[in-house]
Design a protein around this ligand. Structure first.
Ligand code: GDP
Length: 478
């Protein structure tokens, strides 16, 4: 019982509360006291063990060297906001010959493949259709590496900006080679040479200056040099990566995107990383399982098979898996269900644990009393911009001394969205809703993530409560 553990730790000289998360050292202490061996494992390790118990290894090509064939590189487009990531992804998709043959009607399924000719040979490239490094980082946080090459988009009229460097660092940390797309060269004030100079300072040296990074001047808007960019991606892959996979084994890969479709049920876009996925295969994707009922490509065409680096929208899953979770083909439906059930139980347990340690206004008060918290992060949502501003102004005037403060990390007009909850969860913030309600699945998600949403319709009431919390005088609500 939590109370017993608290008491035990107290007698060992550790002051904790029942809702507090403890460090590994303290866990070891508890273990010794109770005669348990405590082993801290990462979720990835835990999953690996689970799969091993079914004799499955994730992330390994089976067979011999001779079974491996070249697979297309998987590319993520990153860069500063407004530098043209979305436009570039759209332009590349449009320029795709295969798409034109299919009537040119493409859907956003989270990833797509294009074809290009390099040295007289047809080569394919897979693009992750979510621009920005957030998706990239979210996947990496789950231990998944979906990307082989990053295209760093830099607007030639704007030059290197903070998020350019951030993206560059993410790619470097993941050991992913970078191809630079110097975009917007159609603009009169474009200065592609300056971009090269700036990036050189960050260790990304253009080939033409003796370095090993390929820079291509493009215009996503005028569709200029897109073929050159694709060629640079293929050449970079050939020069610095050995991208091969065994297509003759049960498929494995990652979930890129998934949602619940009203007519089709759960649909997930998966990226096959090794093996070949077939219609009819029994698969587990994160905590979802099922048999592949049908597969669609980005043009809405039915696929019967998907080979390595091929994105495919899969129908037939029992639930919606999360982006970045892995998928594996297993022997039969029974095994798929068993693995999925174990994963689901674990996810639920982890979620509950997370909910317990997540911050509420009361927790903030408690940790403040112990001299820990200095800043209360808030996200403000209101019905009209005037009310949000008024609320923020009033909050700014709360003065409870130098040690504690309020930080408004985001504000906006309109209903509380899932994106708001996401940000709150990531930054331990509380959401203040002023005359607004949550939208869609926001409440469900806040519940799951343990994010507190407080609703007000009178400004002074909101201010009073927050001020009280800051002063450590808030009475818990029962
Ligand atoms: P993102 O935030 O990086 O995804 O940027 P967007 O793709 O949304 O582009 C931001 C703005 O720049 C939009 O208004 C685009 O139309 C514009 N834009 C993107 N690429 C080009 C380009 O090559 N030339 C010009 N002139 N404008 C561009």
């Amino acid at each position: 019982e939590p109370a017993q553990l608290v008491q035990m730790l107290f007698s060992l000289g550790e002051m904790v509360t029942a809702t507090e998360s403890v460090n590994e050292e303290t866990l070891q202490l508890i273990g010794e006291e109770l005669n348990y061996i405590v082993q801290v494992v990462s979720p990835e390790d835990e999953d690996r063990e689970l799969l091993e118990s079914f004799d499955i290894e994730f992330g390994e090509d089976e067979g011999d060297e001779s079974d491996l064939v070249v697979r297309p590189p998987v590319v993520t487009v990153m860069g500063h906001v407004d530098h043209g990531k979305t436009k570039l992804l759209d332009a590349l998709r449009k320029a795709n010959v295969v798409a034109k043959e299919a009537g040119g009607i493409t859907q956003h399924i989270g990833a797509y493949q294009v074809q290009t000719e390099v040295d007289g040979e047809d080569r394919r490239i897979t693009f992750i259709d979510t621009p920005g490094h957030e998706a990239f980082t979210a996947m990496r946080a789950r231990g998944a590496q979906a990307t082989d090459i990053a295209i760093l988009v830099v607007a030639a009229d704007d030059g290197v900006m903070p998020q350019t460097i951030e993206a560059l660092n993410h790619a470097k940390a993941a050991n992913v080679p970078i191809v630079v797309a110097v975009n917007k060269i159609d603009k009169p004030d474009a200065d592609p040479t300056k971009v090269r100079g700036q990036l050189t300072e960050y260790g990304l040296i253009p080939e033409e200056y003796g370095g090993d990074a390929m820079f291509v001047d493009v215009s996503a808007k005028s569709e200029l040099n897109l073929d050159k960019l694709l060629e640079a991606v293929v050449l970079t892959a050939d020069a610095s990566l050995d991208l091969r996979a065994n297509p003759d084994q049960d498929a494995q890969g990652l979930v890129v995107e998934a949602h619940l479709d009203r007519g089709r049920g759960p649909v997930a876009t998966v990226l096959v990383q090794r093996g070949t996925l077939h219609v009819g295969d029994s698969i587990v994707a994160g905590p979802a399982h099922g048999r592949v009922r049908a597969m669609l490509d980005e043009h809405g065409n039915e696929l019967s098979v998907a080979d390595p680096s091929r994105p495919a929208m899969v129908l037939g899953l029992s639930a919606v898996p999360g982006a970045g979770q892995n998928f594996i083909v297993v022997d039969d439906d029974r095994m798929a269900r068993q693995i999925a059930e174990k994963r689901e139980a674990r996810e639920r347990a982890a979620m509950q644990a997370k909910r317990r340690v997540r911050r509420t206004l009361e927790d903030f008060m408690a940790s403040m009393e112990k001299g820990e918290s200095q800043e209360l992060n808030l996200i403000l949502k209101g019905d009209v911009s005037g009310s949000v501003e008024a609320l923020e102004d009033a909050l700014a005037k709360i003065d409870v001394g130098d040690e504690v403060g309020i930080r408004v990390i985001d504000r906006g007009v309109g209903a509380i969205t899932e994106t708001n909850v996401d940000l709150a969860a990531a930054s331990d913030a509380i959401i203040i809703g002023f005359n607004v309600r949550p939208q869609g699945k926001a409440t469900e998600m806040a519940d799951k993530e343990g994010v507190e949403i407080r609703y007000y319709s009178v400004i002074y009431q909101a201010i009073d409560e927050i001020e009280a919390a800051l002063k450590g005088m808030l009475k818990p609500e029962y």
